[in-house]
Ligand binder design. Structure first.
Ligand code: 8YV
Length: 322
């Protein structure tokens, strides 16, 4: 079999690019900017494997151009930027990179919870803006995280890791809402209590953290009505996907103090961050840092490599999602 042709839509850590180049005929998008639909279509026509990231939109209309591509080795765990059903119809295999980014992403969820509760962004802006005029008993008063209730929506790997860190690190009470109840072992490890009713979780949590997949099924799951169910003192944390939250409704809720704060790592139309958030002090805004540690990004690349190796050897890839 001739050496498979592989296209990386972005730059990857050097050691992974090197590893792949020794095994395949690899082309890297040297510009490292998100490729547009035309570039993606051309890649799907010319390469055996295309390796996209969250920045690359692959709807059915683009995928249909794929006369040569056999496998999409997604660099990341979320695949809501890919029409997975269309891939199934077209016989294109899709793989992702679970496990290796679980802790890095859970760390960001915990960090956002602390930052939102303790008004860290607001405080830092004061210091950098030369507006801090010294310590005072009543200024920049936040809320303790220790001992409070964390409600998780979605309880997969990242949700569970977030629960574990929050429960064991900060003695938090953990509630979770998900399609399926976790095993007793997982509940014991994470301190998680299953909450069948989403409304009940929203009404009783001091922090609500999103860990469900994006895509059409969960689009605007947190809308104005659901935000209104949250405690006035609560914070919303999102490290999942931007589309899970109605951003306009969230901005309104933050402005009107329907909820106390939010910590966001993801946005519905990245890299656009809604203007309405920028003027609000009670929202922490991060630039999709979930998996951004060197060891994680290398491990993600090596996981894609492992999936490609198995695919091209005629075996079932470890992380096949379609
Ligand atoms: C990744 C993420 O870095 O894996 C995911 O789903 O959200 C990120 O942390 C990104 O998706 C890369 O494709």
């Amino acid at each position: 079999m001739p050496t498979p042709k592989v296209f990386l839509t972005r730059r990857w850590p050097t050691e992974v690019e090197h590893y792949l180049s020794q095994r395949y005929d690899v082309t890297v998008n040297e510009h490292d900017t998100p490729p547009d639909a035309q570039v993606l279509k051309a890649a799907l026509r010319s390469y055996d494997a295309v390796c996209p990231t969250v920045t690359d939109k692959l709807p059915a209309e683009v995928l249909q151009a794929g006369t040569r591509v056999k496998v999409l080795g997604n660099y990341g765990v979320g695949v809501s930027h890919i029409d997975v059903q269309a891939c199934k119809r077209l016989g294109i295999v899709v793989t992702n990179t679970p496990d290796v980014l679980t802790d890095a992403t859970a760390e960001i969820a915990v960090m956002l919870m602390l930052m939102a509760a303790r008004r860290a962004g607001e405080g830092e802006r004061q210091v950098r803006g030369n507006q801090w005029d010294g310590w005072a008993p009543t200024r920049l008063i936040g809320a303790n995280v220790t001992g409070r209730t964390l409600g998780l929506i979605g309880f997969g790997r990242i949700g569970q890791a977030t629960a574990q860190k929050a429960h064991h690190g900060f003695g938090m009470r953990i509630l979770y809402h998900s399609r399926n109840r976790a095993t007793p072992e997982v509940e014991a490890l994470t301190g998680g209590t299953y909450c069948q009713s989403l409304d009940e979780l929203l009404e009783t949590s001091d922090f609500v953290s999103l860990h469900c997949p994006g895509g059409a099924a969960n689009r605007h799951l947190l809308d104005a009505k659901r935000l209104d169910r949250m405690k006035r003192s609560a914070c919303l944390i999102n490290t999942a996907r931007g589309e899970v939250v109605d951003e306009a409704a969230l901005a309104e809720a933050l402005r009107n103090r329907v909820i106390a704060g939010a910590g966001l790592d993801v946005y519905e139309h990245e890299p656009r961050v809604p203007e309405a958030f920028l003027g609000l002090e009670n929202v922490v805004l991060l630039p999709h840092l979930g998996s951004a540690t060197l060891e994680t990004r290398v491990a993600m690349g090596m996981r894609v490599a492992e999936n490609l190796e198995r695919f091209f050897a005629g075996l079932e890839p470890r992380d096949r999602v379609a």
